[in-house]
Design a protein. Structure first.
Length: 541
């Protein structure tokens, strides 16, 4: 039965479920033990499932959020007791404001012995909130809500204030040991469920760079079965909405400048810096904070060269000081390992994480041998001459004359913008899905060939899917800071590299370009497996 007090039209619109609510969920999740059986009342975007690591999860809302959702309007009918069987915790985050009789809902849960985690925008915390305009149907202060809870049969375990506007409580009924739910305010009981270790991951994350997002996906899938993952993201440079991408929507997110992260999460097993060709000193504050907290640290699956973009060298002593902070250093290419030899740091020759990225299996893409993916890395416009643009146009024209169908495959938002700035965006179809690394890999796997102009990870995707591939290092690429990475990885995987469009097109004369070297690929996959084995040992907790 639907109540006239409940705005069903509003809640049926998923776009009105604010992503900021996830931050409230993330705030309170750190006070709750993982592995509980949770009924999430007012589940919305289901952040509780992503952030609380429940052993079982029952979503409840006024409209269906997925096939599992139990639909009910608590302003029109009571919560069925059968839904509560076996549940260890009920969550009601952002729900009380919309209930005409919150005490009766509390009493129904308390009578079944169900602890309750709830939030509320109290009048003294949000005195100027337009409650009626927001659809809120009640107005309680902190004391008022706590009086309702006591009358319903609850006692408080904790109360915290989130964002200076909302109070968050954990309440338990008689007979429930709070130590089974949280360690807040007490020494954990020996009988309490063990905590999963937490791994903090830092990198060039949340920006939509497909290669770095692929790296984070593989890292997440490698460690998530045994660890809770915290993504340390530079939120000032991150892409709007990144928190909805996989696997950020299954991780906890912390700003990269938040050095207190090692105190805010329990049982930190390690800090892993990994994602792209990171410069010396990347994440240095996090590394120092981790070491000060006794947390193991690793720099793995990336490149770090001594060479600088202007042709000079970084000081080996400075690079030594940075790398010496890590318990394990795993570099992805032999060229970078050799470059670091003068630092005196023991460096493991590993491989790029993205070699393990699975390929999407969307049934709308099938093999198209005449289709050629062209990836163009964004470069500073002041370094781009007309000859560069003309060369790319001649590449497209030459591929078409040979019977191929070129298309642009931008690997990040900057690549897509670059195509527009050079007036190339209409010169060939554009496949825009840089935020979905698996989908990008499927586009490459189902194409006849790939030509990468300055981008590294398209080469790795092509190598691991056995797609014919060419690295086109024309002048603007050869003088870029990225070129040492490209050259090193091309050698690492046996990828054909050419320096002119004519040489690239000659590889399409009546045939497709060569694939990467299968033996070198297998060797890289073996080194990646060994690197992961060492990291798992380091982060075993």
């Amino acid at each position: 039965m639907a109540s006239p007090s409940t705005d069903l039209d509003r809640w049926a619109n998923a776009e009105r479920l604010a992503s900021d609510w996830d931050r409230r969920c993330d705030f309170v999740a750190r006070f709750v033990r993982p592995g509980l059986r949770i009924i999430d009342i007012g589940c919305g975007r289901m952040a509780v499932e992503r952030l609380f690591a429940p052993a079982a999860y029952v979503p409840v809302d006024v409209v269906a959020r997925d096939a599992r959702t139990k639909v009910i309007d608590l302003n029109g009918q009571p919560l069925p007791t059968a839904w509560l069987n076996g549940m260890q915790l009920a969550t009601m985050l952002g729900v009380f404001e919309y209930l005409t009789d919150p005490r009766s809902v509390m009493a129904g849960l308390a009578s079944q012995g169900i602890p309750l985690l709830a939030s509320y925008n109290c009048t003294e915390l949000a005195p100027d909130a337009p409650r009626a305009d927001l659809g809120w149907v009640n107005a309680y202060d902190i004391a008022g809500i706590e009086a309702l809870a006591r009358a319903a049969g609850y006692r408080p375990v904790f109360r915290y204030i989130f964002a200076n506007t909302q109070a968050l409580w954990l309440w338990v009924p008689a007979g429930i040991d709070p130590a089974t739910l949280t360690a807040v305010g007490a020494v954990p009981s020996p009988a309490a469920p063990p905590l999963r270790p937490t791994l903090v991951v830092a990198g060039f994350l949340g920006r939509g760079n497909c290669g770095d997002e692929a790296i984070f996906q593989v890292i997440h899938e490698t460690f998530a079965p045994t660890h809770d993952i915290v993504a340390a993201v530079d939120e000032h440079g991150a892409y709007q909405g990144f928190w909805d991408w996989y696997p950020y929507n299954r991780s906890r997110i912390s700003h990269q400048g938040n050095l207190a992260v090692f105190q805010q999460h329990r049982r930190i097993a390690g800090l892993l810096v990994g994602g792209g060709g990171l410069p010396c000193g990347f994440g240095g504050g996090l590394v120092d904070a981790a070491r000060a907290s006794g947390v193991p640290t690793a720099f793995a699956g990336v490149d770090l060269n001594l060479s600088m973009p202007d042709g000079g060298l970084q000081r080996p002593a400075a690079v030594h000081d940075y790398l010496a902070r890590f318990d394990f250093v795993g570099i992805r290419s032999a060229a970078a390992v050799s470059s670091l030899a003068s630092t005196g740091i023991a460096v493991h020759h590993g491989a790029d994480w993205a070699l393990r990225l699975p390929t999407d299996q969307g049934d709308d893409l099938s093999s198209a041998p005449r289709r050629v993916a062209v990836v163009l890395r964004e470069l500073p416009l002041e370094r781009i001459s007309w000859d560069f643009v003309a060369a790319l146009e001649s590449l497209l024209e030459g591929l078409r004359k040979r019977g191929f169908e070129p298309f642009w495959l931008p690997f990040c938002p900057e690549d897509e913008r670059f195509l527009g700035e050079l007036a190339l965006v209409r010169s060939a179809p554009v496949e825009r899905c840089w935020w979905n690394a698996r989908r990008m890999k499927q586009f490459i796997a189902t194409s006849g060939a790939l030509v990468s102009v300055g981008r590294l990870h398209p080469l790795i995707f092509a190598a691991s899917t056995r797609t014919p591939v060419v690295s086109l290092a024309i002048d603007a690429v050869r003088t870029s800071a990225e070129f040492p990475k490209l050259r090193g990885m091309s050698a690492e995987l046996g990828i054909h590299e050419v320096d002119t469009v004519d040489k690239a097109l000659s590889l399409f004369d009546g045939r497709l370009p060569p694939e990467s070297n299968a033996a070198l690929l297998a060797a890289a996959e073996g080194r990646l497996a060994e690197m992961i084995k060492r990291l798992k040992s380091l982060f075993a907790g």
